[in-house]
Design a protein around this ligand. Structure first.
Ligand SMILES: Nc1ncnc2c1ncn2[C@@H]1O[C@H](COP(=O)(O)OP(=O)(O)O)[C@@H](O)[C@H]1O
Ligand SMILES: [Mg+2]
Length: 289
């Protein structure tokens, strides 16, 4: 793989240190994020996913350890913090709660304005980001508070995309949406990835989503990186995942059960497509026999 754009080195984060509420949320984490990749981050509730990704654009600071952007410590100076805010865009969980401007247009323009871009460039970016996220032009002059939940979510994501980040980090971007809305948001993110080559870091609860979209996955458990690897490599360790309180993809469970019944299913199976081709292969094998 190519160079890492972000490198997390020995990262520890302790909330409220030295108080009775002291909580080690991240315990000596190492993680590389490569240019242009799609990295899925999964882990049980409280495993440290949100804490980890808030470090990636210097929103919160390490208790110890470093985050390097193209080899440079992002917390080194005001200048380096400014630089990482421009290159690494962070979409919080339920980002629609942070919409506050009078119009959708102004909400999407907020980030680029802070970057001190000229008005023509801001306008270009607002329209581009709206296109990436499927926000129709006719909505731009509306109040964000008049929109549906799914539309608000898209506007909030557009506000980050308008900064044209090289790494787009999203914390459970599909949470709370119906299946149609989830699929649309995912497609919007993928369009941004395809057309700009940006890396995508996506925290998700859905194994199916992680499995079908990610190039690589990182599994967090109790503040540590328990596994990294391709979806194939990670889902091949179904027993360990289940012990960490993580559900494996439905098709992986079905494949495990079929194997337990003596069906010699070939290959790794975690999507419906893979299940179909594994069954076809099996069927073909039988016919040949
Ligand atoms: N602002 C905070 N203050 C104190 N503890 C926190 C704070 N945010 C998160 N934590 C704790 O840190 C741990 C990791 O939380 P978080 O990063 O939100 O995990 P996840 O996103 O995987 O659910 C949890 O035990 C959580 O209760
Ligand atoms: Mg979280």
């Amino acid at each position: 793989m190519n160079e890492p754009i972000l490198k997390v080195e020995n990262l520890t984060h302790i909330y409220s240190p030295g108080t009775p509420f002291e909580m080690t949320a991240l315990d000596n984490i190492d993680l590389d994020i490569y240019k242009g990749e799609i990295l899925g981050i999964i882990g049980h509730t409280g495993s440290g996913k949100s804490t980890l990704i808030q470090h990636l654009n210097a929103l919160i600071k390490p208790t110890s350890g470093r985050i390097l952007l193209e080899g440079r410590d992002i917390n080194e100076s005001k200048q380096s913090v400014r630089e990482v805010r421009g290159k690494v865009g962070l979409v919080f969980q339920y980002p629609e709660y942070q919409l506050f401007e009078e119009t959708v247009y102004r909400d999407i323009a907020f980030g680029p304005k802070n970057m001190k871009l000229d008005p023509a460039e801001i306008d270009r970016r607002v329209r581009l980001a709206a296109r990436f996220t499927g926000v129709e032009e006719s909505l731009l002059e509306r109040s964000p508070f008049d929109l549906s939940g799914g539309q608000k979510r898209r506007v909030a994501i557009a506000g980050v995309i308008a900064m044209m980040p090289e790494v787009l980090v999203l914390d459970e971007p599909m949470a709370g949406l119906d299946p149609g809305g989830r699929e649309e948001i995912m497609e919007n993110i993928m369009t941004y990835h395809r057309e700009t080559g940006a890396a995508i870091v996506i925290v998700t609860h859905s194994m199916e989503e992680a499995a079908s979209r990610a190039d690589r996955m990182a599994v967090l458990s109790h503040g540590k990186v328990a596994m990294t690897g391709t979806p194939e490599e990670v889902f091949a360790r179904g027993e360990e995942l289940r012990r960490m309180g993580l559900a494996t993809p439905v098709m992986t469970d079905v494949a495990d059960k079929l194997r337990a019944l003596g069906v010699e299913l070939p290959g790794t199976v975690y999507t419906v497509e893979q299940m179909v081709s594994a069954l076809m292969e099996l069927e073909g094998g039988k016919r040949r026999a």
